[in-house]
Design a protein around this ligand. Structure first.
Ligand code: ZN
Length: 488
């Protein structure tokens, strides 16, 4: 269980040794998607980042309860307290029930995540399924005195809160700057101050997603669901809260303030944020025409894409950058990732074919140490991949007989590579999956026939088998003592 894991905590702006509150249990809460549209590249990065953390913690022996929510109500159009609910709007435009929209896009999200090798969380609660808990949370904030009721809505009193605690502690913002000198409330409706945020909103007559509450028929503010659901499933204090950097303010800042108003502390001990992606150096956005859904990535169906990119290429590409760096998607970079992944998967395959010798000329501990040091240093997956590529070269040397490895070291190397590549990085051998149970024995049978033809010096048959296989995309490479084959 003892691990030397260091994580960068947004709250303290430093790397800290990870010490769970109640080991071996770890509580992990991550903000999931608002389900009103197709999952896109912006969903892939947080999902893969926290999947890596989830997998690494589990491999270190922790018992992780991973909660990732589904936002199906309360997230208004402009990410603040005004505008239409994103899901209601889609439902209105498509003449569907809001829950039909939420269900459809939840399924689409799940399909995409499965393709990307993202493990299912332990609990996936929905905002609409936790209205009672949210109303209760709002009531507690009112009791603590940090909220007020205004015309059927309930707002968080940021300035009052800030006199005791610090609003902006997470995002590093100052309340004075947020107030920006102007204290006018043009168009702010029922709020006492521009910086206040909604805990409960009274529904306008046309608003369809509404629930009864002590204050009005209405719906919870967007930030309320995460306070209610994280503490319900993980306790008032829990270990890690994650999400994309774009959620740090206002979403996480408000969530922390809500928790603090009730319990005196912000909930999570470690706040972890992944950085954003860009596309050809630009922010992704619908108005910029560079908004690419995951399905478009997988099929190549977007005018900016030169080809389709498999889910594992996307995953590998994301893991090749540290989660706190920005990551730029371009055809060139994705094609390089595709080649790199192919080389890695071939080496994993080659590793299975190596014959052990008496002694080892290679040091398996080197890979183990580099893997651990990199992962313990704030999940430095690019360094893990760099170490793997050094070992791709060594594996090929072992196969070619330029290095030797003992039977016990070989066994250790195989299980270590499997653990890193499949269990922790969460990659899959997509091409290997193509060579399914039926293809492999058929190819092997044809190649045996070819070997017999060669022994009989029947070159015409031997060449024909090789050429016909090549035509359907199976490449055969002859070796001194046999052959290798692969699907191109
Ligand atoms: Zn959230």
């Amino acid at each position: 269980m003892e691990s030397g894991l260091m994580l960068y905590n947004t709250l303290t702006r430093s790397k800290e040794v990870f010490q769970p509150i109640n080991p071996p249990s770890v509580g992990l809460y991550v903000c999931g998607p608002t389900v009103y549209g197709d999952p896109h590249l912006g969903h892939a990065r947080p999902a893969i980042t926290f999947d890596l953390l989830f997998r690494y913690l589990r491999s270190a022996g922790y018992k992780v309860r991973y909660v990732r929510n589904i936002t199906d109500v309360g997230h208004l159009e402009n990410d603040a307290d005004e505008g239409e609910d994103k899901i209601s709007k889609k439902a209105r435009l498509e003449q569907l029930e809001p829950m039909e929209v939420a269900h459809y896009y939840t399924e689409r999200y799940h399909d995409a995540m499965r393709a990307l090798g993202v493990l299912s969380p332990s609990i996936e609660p929905t905002a609409s399924g936790h209205i009672i808990e949210q109303i209760e949370f709002v009531r507690k904030i009112l009791d603590s005195g940090y909220a007020y009721i205004s015309n059927g809505s309930v707002y968080f009193d940021v300035e009052k809160y800030n006199r005791v605690y610090r609003y902006g502690a997470l995002s590093g913002r100052r309340l004075e700057d947020m107030l920006g000198g102007t204290r006018e409330l043009d168009g702010q409706g029922d709020k006492h101050s521009t910086v206040d945020f909604a805990l409960w909103k009274k529904a306008s007559p046309e608003h369809i997603m509404r629930w009864p509450s002590p204050w009005s028929d209405g719906f919870p503010g967007w930030h309320m669901e995460c306070s209610a659901m994280s503490t319900k499933y993980l306790g008032e204090r829990f270990d890690i809260h994650g999400g994309g950097m774009d959620l740090m303010f206002p979403h996480h800042e408000c969530e922390m303030a809500q928790n603090t108003a009730v319990t005196g502390h912000g909930g999570a001990k470690y706040w972890i944020h992944n950085n954003m992606i860009t596309i050809n150096g630009q922010k992704m956005g619908k108005s910029l025409g560079n908004f690419i859904t995951l399905e478009e990535m997988f099929t190549g169906g977007h005018r900016m894409l030169e080809q389709a990119y498999s889910p594992m290429t996307i995953r590998f590409f994301i893991l090749q950058a540290h989660y706190r760096s920005t990551l730029d998607f371009s055809n060139e970079a994705l094609q390089a990732a595709e080649k790199g992944l192919d080389r890695l998967m071939k080496a994993v395959e080659t590793l299975r074919k190596i014959v052990p010798g008496e002694v080892s000329s290679v040091d398996v501990d080197d890979l183990e140490r580099r893997y651990r040091e990199a992962m313990d240093d704030d999940l430095n997956s690019p360094l893990v991949i760099a170490a793997l590529f050094d070992w791709v070269r060594i594996i090929n040397q072992l196969y070619e007989g330029k290095q030797t490895i003992s039977a016990s070291d070989l066994e250790r190397l195989r299980s270590l590579v499997d653990k890193i590549v499949f269990d922790v990085l969460g990659l899959r051998d997509e091409k290997g999956e193509e060579a399914n149970d039926m293809v492999t024995p058929l190819v092997e049978m044809l190649l045996e026939m070819r070997t017999k033809a060669k022994v009989a010096k029947d070159w015409a048959t031997s060449d024909m088998i090789r050429d016909r296989m090549s035509a359907i995309g199976i490449r055969v490479k002859d070796r001194k003592d046999g052959y290798d084959w692969e699907i191109e």
